[in-house]
Design a binder for this molecule. Structure first.
Ligand code: SF4
Length: 108
């Protein structure tokens, strides 16, 4: 038995701990509620003739902020804030690209 490292600080255990302590997403009900609100905001912008997306520089700046945020989940690129749960850098649809969205923690 190797007593050199206590299990909680061993070089192998620490990365495993980080994976399992990934921040939890909001409940499925809350996610559905948040997504529905986002769809309504986009629909409202389209009806008003407003822009739905932001330029790439704005999107990159938002993403940089997210990647340094305590709610950011590097595993899947999602926000774990209770009022969010969105994908921030998926290929198809990302919150950081939508002009109608804002950070629930007020960071952008
Ligand atoms: S959207 Fe806001 S709260 Fe969520 S990860 Fe980005 S900066 Fe953090």
């Amino acid at each position: 038995m190797n007593a050199q490292f206590p299990i909680s600080t061993s070089p192998v255990y620490v990365p495993i701990q980080r994976i399992y302590r990934e921040k939890r997403l909001p409940s499925k009900f809350q996610l559905a509620k948040n997504a529905t609100s986002a769809v309504f905001r986009v629909a409202k912008a389209v009806i008003r003739g407003e822009s739905v997306t932001v330029d790439n520089a704005t999107m990159e700046a938002r993403l940089t902020t997210c990647e340094q945020c305590e709610y950011y989940r590097p595993k899947d690129g999602r926000c774990a804030h209770v009022k969010c749960g969105c994908y921030l850098k998926s290929l198809l649809l990302k919150k950081t690209k939508l002009a109608t969205e804002k950070c629930p923690a007020g960071k952008w």
